[in-house]
Design a protein around this ligand. Structure first.
Ligand SMILES: [Zn+2]
Length: 299
């Protein structure tokens, strides 16, 4: 647990046993507090420990705000509610039905992750009284801090970013790339089933206009605000798109293309890393699949 601004703490969820891979952000106001993203269900015990370090019990957390429905962000929500029956899940209107009935979500996780999915932990239905959808730019007052919700589609259609005005801090969800302390390069995150490239770019432009002070990323940590950061994010997505387009034109098999891309990272950074860890390998593969699906649907 680490304080990153006046009202915000970064919690390392130790996702799947890895440090500094999946963060959750705890926003503590004078009246109430919120967890923005919560990690996998399997890392919830760690989240509870970290909450404890901040002097909070699960029942002190009034709101849980999964930025989107992927399990590294929302997976722990149902188990959290079991531990804190009065907490409210705040989410995009399009996410509500999946929290009520996660069967489709669970099936799609199985489809894309296979056996690895069992290590994410159980996702169960959440009662309707614990779920509230938020409107774009809606503000939730928590005393001396507040949450402002910004729709951030692209990575997923139901994604929201959270702006904490009092700290000029933006919690991005996966609207931005993966940039881990342990890896020397940003990695685009454009997964199936519903990555939308145009929306992802529009979202980055929209977020860049906020002029906050800090950017709080789930994967992983804080970055000082700059226009350059967002410009670089946009060019990363554009060049990733061109990259995948090339493989598509060549008719490369998915596994061959991914292997080649991963090897390019290994070669480029051979002085800094020994190998590309498997969870990044999986991320790259999913990003490839999502971008490929998007490109095919554009044809
Ligand atoms: Zn994520």
């Amino acid at each position: 647990m680490r304080r990153v601004s006046e009202h915000i703490y970064l919690l390392d969820t130790y996702a799947l046993g890895f440090v500094e891979f999946v963060a959750a952000y705890l926003v503590v106001g004078s009246e109430s507090s919120a967890l923005v993203d919560i990690g996998y269900a399997s890392s919830l015990p760690r989240v509870f420990e970290e909450l404890g370090e901040a002097g909070l019990k699960p029942t002190d957390v009034n709101y849980v705000v999964p930025t989107h429905l992927h399990l590294d962000h929302a997976g722990g929500a149902s188990q959290f509610i079991k531990n804190s029956k009065k907490s409210i899940i705040l989410c995009h209107p399009r996410a509500v039905k999946h929290f009520l009935d996660p069967s489709k979500l669970n099936a799609s996780v199985r489809e894309f992750y296979g056996d690895l999915a069992s290590s994410f932990g159980l996702v169960e239905p959440i009662p309707l009284e614990n779920i509230r959808s938020v409107q774009e730019y809606e503000r939730i007052d928590m005393g001396d801090a507040s949450l402002r919700f910004i729709y951030a589609p692209g990575h997923a259609p139901h994604q929201i970013a959270v702006y904490v005005e009092e700290d000029q801090a933006l919690i991005t969800g996966d609207a931005v790339s993966i940039d881990l302390p342990s890896f020397p390069s940003r990695i685009p995150t454009t997964p199936p089933p519903s990555y939308n490239h145009l929306e992802a770019i529009e979202t980055l432009m929209k977020l860049s206009k906020l002029k906050a002070k800090i950017i709080l990323r789930p994967h992983f940590g804080e970055t000082a605000w700059s226009q350059d950061y967002f410009d670089e994010e946009i060019s990363l997505l554009e060049s990733w798109k061109e990259n995948v387009e090339e493989y598509l034109k060549k008719g490369s098999a998915i596994d061959d293309a991914v292997e080649e891309i991963v090897n390019q990272y290994s070669r480029k950074f051979k002085n800094k890393i020994t190998t590309v860890p498997f969870y990044l390998y999986t991320t790259i593969k999913l990003s490839y699949l999502g971008m490929e699906k998007y490109l095919r649907e554009q044809r």
